[in-house]
Ligand binder design. Structure first.
Ligand code: C6P
Length: 420
């Protein structure tokens, strides 16, 4: 089924051994955050036991070692997405959300004006929506979004209609955190550039799960989070093309991002420091490197192949359960490992609680995508999301637990009654 040995991989993740309510943990909430391998956990401990110091400032050994390790993470993150100039084009932030806010503020404030248009899609996470709403309020720019069809795919004709000479930025997710849909961001970037606009890709869900190459996509910005790809929380990445980052003003002001300061004014540091004000999250950035190493050792193609297989298995197994409604593409080749569903008229929160009692972790709610929920005509969904360490047996456990929920709430029979 996969190009690697899952049992061996699972041994690297101590948490996968734990029990929840006396049952083996079945962790299917990977789109929210992934578990961490021993290599990442050990790197954090090693840093605090041997290297802890502030970076870029000190001239002592610890400071030099910490700085070197921090900059090594930057190079690895850049190489992972094939950035042309990792030393300048990779900015560390706290998360994807902060990366997008950085662009909306530092680029948007300078380059957007009334009449300009910002284009996103109907399936955006709030993190790629609200920063644009806020910047539209301050700049007078207008928001437009590309519609989706009933299978949860972007309507290309609508992209052609919405991306015009008024468009200044197209900001679209490469992979929906709810539907799993993989969007044609390469083609959208080409459309954006032809219209004289730039392209931001929200890679929070794609970068952890499939090969992503910023030079192949020719996107101007890519935002993603370490914690969704085996790394620590508190580390986000913003990739930006060097000339665009150079043209932007800083987002946050403070230490480390300046060259010369007087009481009246300042000049700013070169890239990437211009966008990294204050003491960064040194330990977690450093422990992001072994996460990248881990993914590279397995190979992103192998990870993607594994996820297509387990996602298709899950889609087929869930579709076979009477009363289950699935959202998003049915062909796993078109989507990532997030499967949103509802079970009869059972509220996803209730379902999630029943599953938790069986040791199964899923997410239930609006998934920070309220406009998408309205488009799907639901208040909430359940969502199972997979990663490189999940096994088919865990999908089987999920399906079996639906039967428990059915017995408890009489749910599928309610659905049958409603259908009659
Ligand atoms: N989605 C989910 O359970 P942060 O929280 O900043 O690391 O990532 C934000 C974000 C941005 N874009 C997409 C497509 C995302 O999926 C997320 C995070 C999690 O779906 C938490 S809400």
């Amino acid at each position: 089924m996969t190009g690697y040995d899952i049992d061996q991989i699972r041994r690297d993740f101590p948490i996968l051994d734990r029990k929840v309510h006396g049952k083996p943990l079945v962790y299917l909430d990977n789109a929210a955050t992934t578990q961490k391998p021993r290599q990442v956990i050990d790197r954090l401990v090693h840093y605090y036991e041997h290297e802890n110091a502030n970076i870029h400032r000190g001239l002592h050994t610890l400071a030099e070692e910490a700085t070197a390790a921090y900059e090594e993470s930057r190079r690895k993150a850049g190489a992972f997405i094939n950035a042309a100039h990792p030393d300048e084009e990779i900015i560390f932030t706290r998360n994807t959300t902060e990366s997008i806010n950085l662009v909306a503020n530092a680029w948007g404030r300078k380059f957007l004006k009334p009449g300009d248009e910002i284009v996103f899609s109907a399936m955006e996470h709030h993190s790629n929506l609200i920063p644009w709403q806020l910047i539209a309020l301050t700049t007078g720019a207008t928001l437009r979004f590309i519609e989706i069809d009933d299978d949860g795919k972007l309507i290309w004709d609508d992209a052609l209609a919405k991306i015009t000479e008024k468009t200044k930025i197209v900001a679209v997710t490469q992979m929906s955190n709810v539907l799993g849909t993989i969007n044609p961001v390469r083609e959208l970037a080409a459309l954006a550039h032809a219209a004289g606009a730039i392209m931001l890709v929200d890679g929070a869900q794609s970068v952890p799960h499939m090969p992503v190459d910023v030079r192949d996509l020719d996107c101007d910005f890519l935002a993603f989070s370490s914690h969704k790809m085996l790394g620590p929380t508190g580390v986000g990445v913003l990739y930006g093309k060097r000339d665009i980052l150079d043209a932007m003003d800083p987002f946050l002001g403070g230490g480390e991002m300046i060259k010369r300061v007087t009481y009246e004014s300042s000049t700013y540091a070169d890239l990437p420091n211009k966008f990294e004000a204050g003491t960064p999250n040194i330990a977690d950035v450093i422990a992001f490197a072994p996460a990248i190493d881990y993914l590279e050792a397995l190979g992103m193609d192998a990870i993607r192949a594994h996820e297509i297989a387990i996602t298709q298995y899950a889609i087929d197994a869930l579709a076979a359960v009477e009363g289950v409604t699935l959202y998003g593409p049915r062909d796993a080749a078109d989507k990532g490992g997030a499967v949103a569903f509802n079970y009869g008229d059972l509220h996803p929160h209730d379902l999630s609680q029943v599953l938790d009692a069986e040791g199964i972790a899923i997410r239930a709610g609006h998934h920070c995508a309220q406009p998408l929920m309205r488009r799907l005509d639901v208040v909430a969904t359940a969502r199972a999301s997979f990663y490189l360490y999940n096994r088919r047996e865990e999908v089987d456990a999920l399906v079996e637990a639906l039967a428990v929920a059915d017995r408890m709430f009489g749910n599928a029979s309610t659905a049958r009654a409603a259908a009659r």
